[in-house]
Design a protein around this ligand. Structure first.
Ligand code: DX5
Ligand code: ZN
Length: 259
């Protein structure tokens, strides 16, 4: 796989007393975008940051600011985050009854849009929305906190999403978030991720931000892409459009019945 891998440092693990300096350091070290985790204490059991942080960051970096909306009603906050200087929004499939409308609103604001799915959510729910988005976010931990352990069972799903993107929306970014470090980065890249969010591995490392980012990049570049039995695994876990369509119809009927 010769895709260019992008790094998106998540400031959730940054030192907020020195946020501007740390983001500047990440920018100098070649970060591709800055990942801003917004939590409302309802969609996830934690609260984090909001519009003022984005407005402050906008003044100190030219990097795209990517807003990961872990909030119950993301559409409610889009205008303020846009005015503050956000460049893209990641909204979750979970709990979003009007996902298509939310996606269209973000596009109408002229911003990049991504849809995220939690570890227990199947890839197939993306099938009817992937053609409308610029990126897909596969959570590799349950959202809400930094420094959690990577959930290995999400790997086959990342591979299925990659196959779905290649088939239905070539060029769409496939981003992973949670537990990404020099050990797990090669694993997710091997199954098709091309944007890596990393918080604690970059901002809480004992080494400098630049060295931590270089460690992740180095691990990705030197990974062994020829795992034994990979083809067999691929066969068993591949995305099947027909099966996906049936499950998609089932999910829509289920939603309709729920009202
Ligand atoms: C978790 C957030 C992540 C978080 C990742 O809900 O969405 O972006 O900052 O942190 P690490 O990289 O420490 O797992
Ligand atoms: Zn995030």
């Amino acid at each position: 796989m010769s895709k260019i891998i992008k790094l998106a440092p998540s400031i959730l693990s940054a030192d907020f007393a020195h946020l501007g300096k740390q983001v500047h350091e990440a920018e100098q070290a070649g970060a591709d975008r800055i990942h801003v985790d917004v939590m409302d204490g309802h969609f996830v059991p934690n609260i984090s940051m909001g519009v003022p942080i984005v407005a402050s960051l906008r003044r100190v970096t030219r990097l795209p600011l990517e807003i990961h909306m872990m909030v119950t009603d993301p559409a409610f906050f889009l205008d303020e985050f846009t005015e503050a200087g956000s460049d893209s929004f990641l909204v979750h499939w979970e709990g979003n009854n009007n996902l298509h409308r939310t996606v269209q609103r973000i596009k109408a604001l002229g911003k990049r849009v991504g849809v995220g799915i939690n570890p227990a959510t199947p890839a197939v729910v993306l099938e009817e929305i992937v053609q409308d988005v610029d990126q897909v976010l596969v959570m590799t931990v349950n959202p809400g906190f930094g420094q959690q352990h990577f959930i290995h069972s999400t790997l086959p799903k990342v591979r299925r999403v990659r196959q779905m993107i290649d088939e239905l929306r070539p060029g769409c970014d496939l981003e992973v978030d949670g537990g990404i470090d020099a050990t797990t980065a090669p694993l997710v890249v091997d199954v098709g991720a091309n944007v890596l969010v990393a918080g604690s591995a970059i901002f809480s490392a004992k080494e400098s931000i630049a060295a931590a980012m270089e460690r992740i990049r180095g691990a990705v570049e030197s990974r062994n892409t020829h795992h034994e039995g990979r083809e067999e695994h691929e066969e068993k876990t591949s995305f099947c459009p027909k099966r996906g369509k049936r499950i998609g119809i089932f999910l829509r009927v289920l939603r309709a019945l729920r009202g």
